[in-house]
Design a binder for this molecule. Structure first.
Ligand code: SAM
Length: 441
């Protein structure tokens, strides 16, 4: 095993460990991330080899890069002593033909002048690399990483509190600009329900979207999770009850156009206008992962096909000799449904459509205004492996991640009846989270 250092992004730090663990599991990498600290953007891990390090970080969203660790210290002198002690293990393979450059990355550090940088790099002259320096596409990049604390005035202190030196193994999808690439506003088609690009990509990683596997979003809306799943090689399919959402905003501004824009048209299978609770997929169709953002009932209602009025939907209206409600162009009446019941349906459906080891990931809103324990939906076939919280002031959004387990696994069952009254998000949202809510079903 060798030491590697990961430079993490200081964005959504509460999701970082889950992403690393999910990517390690995806690539069959055994690694211990228990030293991860949400406050700290550097993490040392032991891995078998560079290939593992490369794969672990390649599609990461909340990491920036990974480096073979040659040495570290709390001062620059200590760093050099440590590198000189360890360099014998690494240095021999850098022959005359190996081009290289140095770089300096800091957390919270101020910008150094060119002269300061050169002075910093020249102190590593004892490494005595035989090859030439090449600024563009060198064979190797050697990186000095520095962690600075901020002073009382919120400016970085003059000296870093820790330094590391290493050889760059890979930079992440984030560092290659994937979050900006999927920025919602750059897409031909987006809407009020479109899900943040960074978190959609992250959901694809935690949901373990795999190349060439079928990824289903049952509440697809404008397709945020599908287009980012395609970035990781997923073949995508979605459904939504709202025809107008699927239809888009006119020529070149439809859901499918986003896939053309990102040059991934073959990874878009289709979207179906369908009520998820009356699902029309053939019974034995399986998915690689199911990832979604169910309707919260705030911007878009929780609706299902059906009616509370017995007379509706079976009217004796005949068009061209056919009963209207039996025609292909018949538009079903819809009735309001509850998010709690919809989540029960989602777990039940997923238990039938995912293979053992596959993941179901969805975002669930939770009101945190009252001291009521929040009960998370659970199904006997699934292990709930993460409950990751994104906190807003009076409510939070949780990313719930489940793995389908095999025979012999007897998980907990928590259905909507058990959760009654605990998470009536819609009701509380419209009552500004203040009054005790009554359950609307
Ligand atoms: C929170 S939005 C999803 C937004 C989506 N992630 C995006 O990026 O635009 C939930 C979607 O679920 C749809 N929906 C509501 N009830 C549904 C049902 N019974 N079956 C399928 N879709 C439904 C809504 O029309 C809405 O588009």
């Amino acid at each position: 095993m060798k030491d590697y250092i990961i430079f993490l992004a200081q964005s959504h730090p509460q999701f970082r460990k889950a992403e690393l663990e999910s990517l390690a599991d995806l690539y069959n990498i055994k690694a211990d991330f228990s030293q991860h600290n949400k406050e700290h953007p550097f993490l040392v891990v032991q891995l078998e080899n560079d290939e593992e390090a490369y794969n672990l970080i390649d599609r990461a969203i909340l990491s920036r890069g990974i480096y073979e660790l040659w040495g570290h210290g709390v001062t620059i002198d200590e760093l050099h002593e440590n590198v000189q002690k360890n360099m014998g293990k690494y240095i021999d393979k850098y022959i005359e033909d190996t081009t290289f450059k140095f770089e300096n990355l800091t957390f919270q550090g101020g910008k150094k002048s060119r002269e300061e940088q050169i002075k910093m790099y020249e102190r590593f002259a004892y490494l005595a690399f035989k090859g030439k320096i090449k600024m563009k596409n060198p064979d190797e990049v050697f990186t000095i990483l520095e962690n600075y604390s901020l002073g009382k005035d919120l400016f970085p202190l003059e000296h870093p509190n820790h330094l590391w030196f290493g050889r760059q193994i890979n930079i992440s999808a984030r560092s290659r600009g994937v979050v900006e690439k999927y920025d919602i506003k750059k897409r031909p088609y987006f809407g009020t329900t479109s899900f943040d690009a960074e978190l959609s990509l992250l959901t694809g990683n935690i949901g373990q979207v795999k190349k060439n596997e079928l990824i289903y979003d049952p509440f697809v809306g404008t397709g945020s999770f599908l287009v980012t799943a395609a970035e990781f090689g997923g073949i995508t399919i979605g459904s939504d009850i709202e025809f107008l959402t699927l239809k888009g905003k006119g020529p070149k501004r439809r859901l499918k156009d986003n896939f053309d824009y990102y040059k991934k048209p073959l990874q878009f299978t289709d979207v179906l206008c369908m009520d998820f609770t009356n699902n029309a997929f053939r019974n034995n169709l399986k998915f690689g992962s199911i990832i979604c953002d169910p309707p919260y009932g705030v911007r878009e209602g929780v609706k299902v096909c059906g009616t509370t009025d017995d007379k509706l939907g079976r009217e004796n209206i005949v068009i061209d000799g056919e009963l209207a409600y039996l025609r292909r162009d018949y538009i079903q009446p819809k009735k309001t449904y509850s998010l709690d019941l919809l989540l029960d349906d989602l777990l039940e459906f997923s238990s039938e459509r995912l293979d053992i080891g596959s993941r179901l990931c969805f975002w669930m809103p939770v009101a945190n205004d009252e001291d009521i324990p929040t009960l998370i939906p659970q199904h006997k076939d699934f292990e709930l492996i993460y409950e990751l919280v994104q906190d807003f002031h009076k409510w939070s959004r949780r990313l719930l991640v489940y793995v389908k387990r095999g025979e012999g696994f007897n998980g907990v069952t928590v259905k909507s009846d058990d959760r009654e009254g605990t998470n009536n998000f819609r009701d509380r949202y419209f009552h500004k989270f203040s009054e005790k809510s009554k359950v609307v079903k």
